[in-house]
Structures are given as structure tokens and as C-alpha cells.
Design a binder for this molecule. Structure first.
Ligand code: NAD
Length: 338
């Protein structure tokens, strides 16, 4: 069986998980090279997992003729440049979200991706590969809730991760681009509609450190879509009970909800403190299956020469929504998308 040989850049919080999935959980893939500007990360992965090639310079990795594809899990500020370099060097490319952190750069990334139609490009909107979201999408398409009229999305990171969020703030692009972008993409996918206008608000309610980057710890946005559907979005960084990702779609004949309570598992504990359920602690736990499924999809698309379900247009459109929300938050005005 042919194996797709992948070189991955970025071995941080998520990059290491993707690398691990490629190395050990995908029979059709092989983790052939790893790259990070932090030498200790590269050394650790090479030694622990026996990976043949290690680099601290991305351009050097791209010279490796043993590779078929590149997986980009570096900081968001690096994505567009590395996508262009990898495509120009002839590789298939998976890139983590966001596509980029500026409208200009995401539009140029779109041009580059479209210039190389023979190479697979997939963007890391993994929620589209989560079994519950896939099930919900099928139910909507099959007409179980009638015509969708409103989507409500909550994306709240655990307060236990607040130090990391503050450290990451300079390179994240802000709350709407870093966090709400997943929900913006989901809304386009679940409603099968593009956004028309947005009004956003937010503030630093507890963690003033975000203000230095023009960012907030809690934000909300109200959107209208081109087909008239409505959207309510809330993103926050201070969830006390765990990692809370919740989505509701209300239709003309019913509604559905995903993740209303972010249960860790099916265990309900009863004791002198009452009855409790533990919650998922973070994105790696909640979307464990989705991260694996999306990488499997990428590898299968290469093997069968099929266009991935999530592409560069999804990156451009969701970035435009996030930018419009950020602009609305800064100006206090409704922003209309082109
Ligand atoms: N899809 C999701 O659910 C999800 C979740 C978390 C993070 N992300 C995205 O994944 C990306 C990485 O996030 P993270 O939390 O793992 O970040 P991180 O800061 O933990 O890790 C970043 C990694 O990239 C490496 N790196 C940065 N610039 C580089 C360069 N020029 N060349 C080589 N290596 C470089 C760093 O050395 C580090 O290994 C971000 O774009 C983030 O938005 C997506």
C-alpha cells in the first residue's frame, strides 16, 4: 500500500497531536520529517518516535525529495507564507486554521492555491469532521428541522488555559479570528449560506492583558446571512467548567443542538456533594476524533485525487467574517461584507 510521506511544521500544542496522528494512527501515512524553530521540540519527537528527518528551517524541509505533503501547524502569522512556499515546491498541503491573519494575505493564498489545482490543499476546520457535527449536517440536509433560520454558537475556552491564551495573544489575530472563526465556518457550512452583515461587541472583563493587543476576553457578534438567516455568536476565554463548544440551529420545523452540555463521558457521579458530570477539558480532548478524521481525509484526498471538503474558499470567507466582526467591534458599527 502506498503511504503518503508527510513533513510537518510546528510541534506545539496542536502540531504535536497532528504529528502523532500521522505517525501512529493513519496506516496510509508516514511522518517522514518534522520542523520547528524550537530545536528541543524537533529533537524530542525525532528521538521518541524515530522520525528520520528533523529541521529548524522550513525552507530546508521543502528541499526533501522524500516528501509528498506538508502539514502546517505553525503560528497563525506563518500560514500564508508557508502555504505558498510548500505549494511552489510541489507538495500537497494541509494547513491549520486560520488561513492567515490579514485579508490581503488570505486573498493571495487563494491565488496561490488556485494556481496549483493538481495539488491537494485542505484547511484545518476540524469541526466539520466531528461525528456529532457531521450527523447534525446530515439531519439538516435531510430536512429534519425544515429551513434553518437561526444559528447560535458558543465557543468558550477553559479559564485553566488563560495563561497560554495570553502568551499566544500577540500572534493569534484576536478573539474573532482565533476562536470565533470555527463557528463562522460552521455557520456557513450548516446554513449553506454566506454572511451579509455583522455587528460585534466585546471587552476585557477580567483579563486586561488582552487589551494590549486590541483583543478582548469575551466577545459577541450578531450576523445576518445573504439568505436572511440569522446568527448569534459568543466567544470567551473564561469557561469555569471546562471547554464549552455549543451550537444550536433553529429551523422552520424543528431545531437541533450539539454539545449543550460538554460532557466528558457518560459517567454521572452522585455523592454527598450532589449529582455531577465532569466536562471536557480542552480542544484536544473534545475534538480528538475530528483531528484524526480530518487528517485521514487529507491523506485519502491525495491518494484518490479528490478535492477536500474544506478548502481555501472556506478560509477566505471565514476570515472575511472574522475581520468584519473585528472591525465592527473596533468601530461600533454594522459592517457589510462584499
Ligand atoms: N483547529 C484547532 O482546533 C486549533 C487549536 C489550536 C491551535 N490551532 C492553530 O494551530 C496553529 C498552532 O497553534 P498551537 O497552539 O499549536 O501553537 P504553539 O505556539 O503551541 O506552537 C507553534 C509551533 O510552531 C512553531 N513555529 C512557529 N513559527 C515557525 C516557523 N517560522 N518555522 C518553523 N516552526 C515554527 C513553533 O516552534 C511551535 O512548535 C495556530 O495557527 C492555531 O491557530 C488550531
Amino acid at each position: 500500500m502506498k503511504k503518503i510521506r508527510i513533513g510537518t511544521v510546528g510541534l506545539g500544542r496542536l502540531g504535536r497531536r497532528h504529528a502523532e496522528n500521522i505517525a501512529f494512527r493513519l496506516p496510509s501515512a508516514e511522518l517522514t520529517a518534522v520542523c520547528s524553530i524550537i530545536p528541543a521540540e524537533v529533537d524530542a519527537v525525532q528521538q521518541e518516535w524515530g522520525i528520520p528527518y528533523g529541521y529548524n528551517d522550513f525552507a530546508e524541509m521543502l528541499k526533501n525529495q522524500d516528501l509528498d505533503a506538508i502539514s502546517i501547524c505553525s503560528s497563525s502569522t506563518e500560514h500564508c507564507r508557508q502555504i505558498a512556499q510548500a505549494l511552489e515546491a510541489g507538495f500537497h498541503v494541509f494547513s491549520e486554521k486560520p488561513l492567515g491573519i490579514g485579508m490581503e494575505e488570505v486573498l493571495s493564498a487563494r491565488q496561490i492555491v488556485e494556481k496549483y489545482p493538481g495539488q491537494i490543499f485542505q484547511l484545518g476546520f476540524m469541526r466539520r469532521f466531528d461525528p456529532s457535527y457531521v450527523y447534525a449536517k446530515r439531519k439538516i440536509e435531510a430536512g429534519y428541522i425544515g429551513k434553518p433560520v437561526l444559528i447560535r454558537c458558543y465557543g468558550i475556552d477553559p479559564v485553566s488555559a488563560i495563561d497560554g491564551a495570553i502568551a499566544f495573544a500577540a500572534k493569534s489575530g484576536g478573539l474573532f479570528l482565533d476562536m470565533a472563526i470555527h463557528d463562522f465556518d460552521l455557520s456557513r457550512w450548516l446554513l449553506a449560506a454566506e454572511a451579509k452583515s455583522v455587528y460585534a461587541v466585546g471587552a476585557c472583563f477580567e483579563y486586561k492583558e488582552f487589551a494590549k493587543y486590541g483583543d478582548v476576553d469575551n466577545g459577541a457578534a450578531m450576523l445576518q446571512f445573504q439568505n436572511g438567516a440569522m446568527g448569534l455568536f459568543y466567544a470567551g476565554r473564561m469557561c469555569a467548567h471546562g471547554y464549552h463548544v455549543e451550537t444550536e440551529v433553529i429551523g422552520t420545523r424543528g431545531s437541533l443542538r450539539i454539545g449543550t452540555v460538554p460532557y466528558k463521558n457518560l459517567v454521572t457521579l452522585a455523592n454527598e456533594n450532589g449529582v455531577t458530570n465532569e466536562c471536557v477539558g480542552g480542544f484536544l480532548e473534545r475534538f480528538e476524533t475530528a483531528y484524526l478524521n480530518e487528517m485521514e481525509h487529507f491523506v485519502n484526498c491525495i491518494l484518490t485525487d479528490k478535492k477536500p471538503g474544506v478548502g481555501v474558499i472556506d478560509g477566505v470567507q471565514s476570515t472575511a467574517m472574522a475581520y468584519a466582526a473585528t472591525e465592527s467591534f473596533h468601530t461600533g458599527k454594522v459592517v457589510y461584507l462584499d
